[in-house]
Design a protein around this ligand. Structure first.
Ligand code: ADP
Ligand code: ASP
Ligand code: MG
Length: 414
């Protein structure tokens, strides 16, 4: 039988202490001993990355992005080296690589770099020598300047899926602290149910809407290169969730899940000119500043003036306001106001395409909870509402209950 190649990725909580590292090493060793070739991608331990971010902010209010990447990339190097040591103690030949050594080439957008190419020569050589290859997640090297880059929070998922694509692996396994992808964050909804399957499209919407169990870009790479992804537990042997091209018609849920975000902000430009080209100018400037703008609403213009609101991740708020203020001379507007206390709740489901009334039911549930909706945004398989952050968790629980998502048969019928 042909030898299978497995890429196994372990998240931060799975390698948080020495015992957990040994547990993961055992799991990697078992895969190798079963006859497979193994590449393991590891994240920084526990809350290491948060700690490094805090450390930088203690020193500087606006840390330089290149230096930030030098700092942040260290967390994954630590885990990777420790994992190699643990595997050697189990009698296995293992070797660790930084992103750069693994040939993960990115653009130069520090702290949110995109992978351009994976060379992977040293990883292939290690596999050819029958060794286990360990790769530090979340990082690469910039194509032009050969600087260390990082891929944005949660980026080890992307490292794993992109490596699996480049090496033509048979599977990319994402090992984490939950047993798969659930109908909602199980930390917030204890009755959430595990989904056996989720389509690329559903998973993209869930990830973009805040289900951090898989990083958004990792799902994009999986879809683009058709990488089979299996999200499963680091601690339990059971099957997790398979992310597939399409879910079979029979398995298709009307509502598959609820995602939420609590770290968003809303920016409103009051009194912008209501004429062609204005939105283009504003959003080009924001894009050039690498700000991820999400939900956008423009109200009906009055007397040649309109108000324009959009949401951004809280971490981009300061830069968004600075970028807009810097445009005042070119683009007259009355005022920029912001609200840093918003959140989002999103319903996702393939069956929404052909089942009208899901949004209406969502709004009724929120009304009954006394939750005011500030903005609404939809796609064919998603409805998102922007609400006060304080209500987010309660809204997620109420919606999960009202749509009975813990019940598999109900998910398909709602
Ligand atoms: P890792 O450190 O393994 O990368 P993350 O913390 O990034 O793990 O992602 C796993 C977490 O994602 C879970 O602990 C859970 O709280 C959260 N989560 C949010 N939404 C979902 C969901 N729909 N299904 C499963 N987990 C979810
Ligand atoms: N350590 C990084 C983070 O916390 C990357 C990851 O865990 O995937 O965001
Ligand atoms: Mg993660």
């Amino acid at each position: 039988m042909a030898i299978a190649l497995r890429v196994m990725k372990f998240g931060g909580s799975s390698v948080a202490d020495a015992e957990k590292i040994r547990n993961v090493a055992r799991r990697i060793a078992d895969a190798k001993e079963s006859g497979d070739q193994v590449v393991a991608v590891v994240s920084a331990r526990g809350k290491t990355t948060d700690g490094l971010v805090a450390m930088a902010l203690e020193i500087s209010e606006r840390p330089d992005p290149r230096e930030m990447d030098m700092l942040l990339s260290t967390g994954e190097r630590i885990s990777c080296a420790l994992m190699a040591m643990a595997l050697m103690d189990l009698g296995h030949a293992a070797v660790s690589f930084t992103g750069s050594q693994a040939g993960i080439v990115t653009d130069d957008a520090h702290t949110k770099a995109k992978i351009i190419e994976i060379r992977g020569d040293r990883v292939r050589d290690a596999l050819a020598e029958d060794r286990i290859a360990l790769v530090a997640g979340f990082q690469g090297v910039s194509q032009e300047d050969h600087n260390v880059t990082t891929l944005g929070r949660g980026g080890s998922d992307t490292t794993a899926v992109a490596l699996a694509a480049a090496l033509d692996a048979d599977v990319c396994e994402i090992y984490t602290d939950v047993t798969g992808v659930f109908t909602a964050d199980p930390r917030i909804v204890p009755g959430a149910a595990k989904l056996p399957l989720a389509s690329h499209e559903e998973m993209l919407e869930m990830a973009a809407s805040g289900s951090k169990v898989l990083a958004l870009r990792s799902v994009e790479v999986a879809r683009l290169h058709d990488v089979p992804v299996h999200v499963r537990s680091s601690f339990l042997p059971e099957e997790g969730t398979w992310i597939t091209k399409e879910t079979p018609m029979m398995e298709r849920a009307i509502v598959s899940g609820i995602a939420h975000k609590s770290d968003e902000a809303k920016v409103t430009l009051l009194g912008v000119e209501d004429q062609p080209g204005v939105a283009a100018t504003i959003f080009t400037a924001l894009a050039d500043a690498l700000i991820n703008v999400d939900t956008i609403i423009q109200n009906v213009g009055v007397d040649g003036r309109a108000d324009l609101s959009f949401t951004v991740p809280l971490t981009d708020l300061r830069r968004a306001i600075d970028t807009l203020e810097a445009m005042r001379a070119r683009l007259p507007f009355r005022e920029v106001v912001h609200d840093d206390q918003i959140g989002k709740v999103t319903l996702v489901g393939e069956g929404m395409r052909s089942n009208p009334g899901i949004a209406a039911k969502m709004f009724r549930v929120l009304a009954a909870e006394g939750v005011n909706i500030q903005m609404i945004d939809t796609s064919t398989i998603r409805v998102t509402v922007v609400i006060d952050r304080r209500h987010v968790e309660r809204a997620v629980r109420a919606l999960h209950d009202a749509f009975d998502l813990g019940n598999e048969a109900e998910r398909r019928r709602v």
